[in-house]
Design a protein around this ligand. Sequence first.
Ligand SMILES: NC(=O)c1ccc[n+]([C@@H]2O[C@H](COP(=O)([O-])OP(=O)(O)OC[C@H]3O[C@@H](n4cnc5c(N)ncnc54)[C@H](OP(=O)(O)O)[C@@H]3O)[C@@H](O)[C@H]2O)c1
Length: 273
Amino acid sequence: MKNRRVVLITGASSGFGRATAEYLTERGYWVFGTSRHPKKLEPFDTEKWQEIIKMDVNCNESVKKGIVFVMQKAGRIDILINNAGFGLTGSIEDTSLKEARHQFETNFWGMDRTCLQIIPIMRKQGSGYIINISSLAGLVGIPFQAFYSASKFAVEGFTETLRMEVKPFGIKVVLLEPGDFNTPLTFNRQKTKEAQEKTVYWESFQKALSAAEESEIKGGSPKKIAQLIERIINTDKPKLRYKIGPSSTLVSLKAFIPARICEYLIMKTFKLL
Ligand SMILES: NC(=O)c1ccc[n+]([C@@H]2O[C@H](COP(=O)([O-])OP(=O)(O)OC[C@H]3O[C@@H](n4cnc5c(N)ncnc54)[C@H](OP(=O)(O)O)[C@@H]3O)[C@@H](O)[C@H]2O)c1
């Protein structure tokens, strides 16, 4: 156990986090995966998992406690995968400040909270990998998912900066930008309170949401993310960005095509034209 690389994955109870935890465990890594409700996982996961720890990335104390636990048990953290997150949907006008803040609390501040605890550990070690799970929605705005997109745009800016700041300490920081994949994210997505039939956005909201859901359900297996993560953590000089999944070519075009064409393609994708 002592010679294995130690991995911490936030939000490992389902989807990407779980697939990665299971895959890396099979490949011999010492994996600590977090959930806000680890008890729910115990009966069926003990075979595949080594460590499931309770952590809510919205809470400083909870993050600290989780990381202290990993350090007491493993004595180091080689790889952090900031994966915990959820989707929020509703027009901007139908989203309260409270709902928007909650989205940022998990998707952005949760990542920052975890980084703040882990960076000093990796600095002392003189090495480490931090992989922040962003999204293609962190590169283009998605209709009726403004605050999800904005939270991932924030992850993008944060990560670009962090990468430069911690480079001298041997810490490698990477953005992973998946397109649509088939995970419970689709069913865990929260609708804003005002996203109801009475809203003026109802028709287009429903069209865009069902297009998003359809594409996610048809999306690839989260195991592909796990395999890419293993490749990244075995790359000496990882790139800043790794795009994966459908639409990544389209999103890459953003830098090269006029904005109105990009907007047309996005609106077409979300059945708004
Ligand atoms: N699926 C996609 O198509 C897709 C595409 C691009 C990016 N992503 C991103 O990939 C990441 C993982 O999503 P997924 O698709 O695997 O969705 P998922 O199956 O719903 O998994 C989300 C994970 O986040 C955890 N989580 C949520 N809120 C949390 C909190 N406050 N504290 C700690 N953990 C929390 C959940 O754990 P508990 O509920 O057990 O605490 C769960 O394990 C997210 O950041 C998402 O934005 C997904």
